[in-house]
Design a protein around this ligand. Sequence first.
Ligand SMILES: [Ca+2]
Length: 236
Amino acid sequence: MDSEIRETESRRLSLSWLRPLLRFKLSTLMWLTVLIGIGLAWRHDRQQMDKRLARIEKLMFPPEPWAIQRCLGKPDEPTGMGSNAWCPASPDTAPEWLTLKYDKRVRPSSILIYETYATGAVNKVTGFDSRGNEVVLWTGKDPTPTGALGTLRIAVKKTIKTDRIKIYLDCPNASGWNCIDAVALLDRFGRKQWAVDAEASSVYNSGYSGYGGGGGLFIGGMSGNAIGGSGQSIGP
Ligand SMILES: [Ca+2]
């Protein structure tokens, strides 16, 4: 009997060192959970605050008509003839391009390009992978009927993950001012994102006319080739 008690006591003593360790681990886990919770709440509040500030800033300091900022967010140019769209520096002088940045990196299923003023100029759309490689997602003739308003839907077949796309416009072969109101990036589940930042080859009435590749006009912090996908017009 005595030997059993001694053995139990000995076992208890041999495991006693684990108790503070377990207490330490549990308390550490609890504090880590609290800290992560505070971090996530702070991040959420910060994002909400940034959105509110952006809305206030937009109301107080609206961008110039046809500025690059006009192609960010959801479409807001219902007539196709107004200035709530990005417009290049000239109607038919040279090819133009527009690069758009999104919050989330996704595998795109399709891209919606809301064209205004003079439709039908898009001839290529590319995406940039995580290493900055430019991959052709679609190339061809823009099927959007000629007019002041139309939406080009690009079905993306190429599998890449991207948060930045580039739209090429063959302006000399699409008469008139080829403007873009907004561009949606849809993921594999059909979830839609709107551009949060953009860069363009030139801007109407701004003095910028950096045609072709190379440096364009920035509004934010933005600084391989396989042809695929299909483009179709889905109407105004
Ligand atoms: Ca717009």
